[in-house]
Write a protein that binds this ligand. Structure first.
Ligand SMILES: Cc1cc2nc3c(=O)[nH]c(=O)nc-3n(C[C@H](O)[C@H](O)[C@H](O)COP(=O)(O)OP(=O)(O)OC[C@H]3O[C@@H](n4cnc5c(N)ncnc54)[C@H](O)[C@@H]3O)c2cc1C
Length: 264
């Protein structure tokens, strides 16, 4: 009984390096390196472990501009079987509703799937909407904060971890889960893994010609929410203290400083 899994990944600016344009309040993306959203790597890792346990396949999908092929190359290097970039100018400026609609229609077009795995949230917008919205478009059972999945043939037993308890759910298939962030260590990828993977399994690109969606339901035109104004960009004060010298002494000073700051 193979398990066909679809994973959603988003290629995001590496926010530790992101600057905000003080005039427009928008992200300055130029020159900012992008990465696969780290919480999506947890989703990919979970999907790959399930495939390895039960057989089947893992397909990664991403709705993004063309530069996101680099993100799909990364997950192909991790071992994903198929990667689809969904990219069209008409999808640009999407809010979460329009994004989830395109992803749901992409999944419908893929057709055969038992399980969809999403990350918990992204590090650039971090709404955590997309999993629930895709489940809603496709009328699927949905569990978030999932840390483990057992496949029973006709469905899944999903373990989810909340702050104060662990719960188990029985879901009929097909189903959608969001993997809890930091619940698994994603595998490392070498350049050789990536190169071999992209030659063996070239990335497919689908545009709106392939999906045939009404332009009024996607991108900016299909987005009912608009960020009208960013009032302020929070400033994070930093002291930039460097503890130099002997390692033990530097660590002792660091701990002392953290105690004095009330951090620990
Ligand atoms: C009001 C509003 C207005 C916005 N306007 C714009 C805008 O004008 N321009 C703009 O660029 N962005 C805009 N955004 C951001 C845009 O909506 C999000 O980038 C996108 O909808 C995904 O939401 P998220 O990053 O919060 O994902 P989350 O809901 O936090 O993501 C959860 C999971 O869903 C999956 N996922 C998320 N996005 C994708 C994707 N694209 N492909 C595949 N899987 C995915 C991943 O597994 C991810 O971990 C806006 C957002 C809001 C709320």
């Amino acid at each position: 009984m193979g398990l066909d899994i679809i994973v959603g990944i988003k290629y995001v600016p590496n926010t530790t390096n992101v600057n905000i344009d003080p005039k427009t309040g928008t992200l300055v993306r130029e020159g900012v390196p992008s990465v696969v959203n780290p919480h999506d790597l947890v989703a990919v890792e979970l999907a790959l472990r399930l495939r390895d346990r039960y057989g089947g396949s893992v397909t990664a999908i991403s709705m993004a501009p063309p530069h996101a092929v680099a993100g799909l190359e990364h997950v192909l290097g991790m071992g994903v079987d198929r990667a689809i970039l969904v990219s069209d100018r008409v999808f640009a400026g999407a809010d979460t509703l329009a994004t989830s609609y395109v992803l749901a229609k992409t999944i419908e077009k893929i057709g055969r799937y038992d399980l969809i795995v999403m990350g918990q949230e992204t590090i650039d917008s971090s709404t955590g909407h997309i999993g629930a919205q895709v489940a809603s478009w496709l009328d699927l059972p949905y569990v978030y904060y999932a840390i483990d999945v057992e496949y029973t043939g006709d469905g899944f037993i999903v373990t989810r971890e909340l702050e104060d308890r662990v719960e188990r759910y029985r879901l009929a298939k097909p189903a959608l889960i969001s993997a809890k962030m930091y619940s698994l260590e994603p595998r490392q990828v070498t350049l050789r893994d990536k190169l071999r993977a992209v030659i063996e399994r070239p990335i497919e690109t689908w545009s709106n010609k392939d999906l045939g969606l009404d332009p009024n339901c996607v991108g900016l035109r299909g987005s009912p929410t608009i960020v009208s104004k960013v009032e302020f960009t929070p400033k994070v004060p930093r002291k930039n203290i460097i503890f130099e010298g002997d390692l033990r002494e530097a660590v002792r000073k660091l701990v002392q400083a953290l105690v004095e700051e009330g951090v620990i």
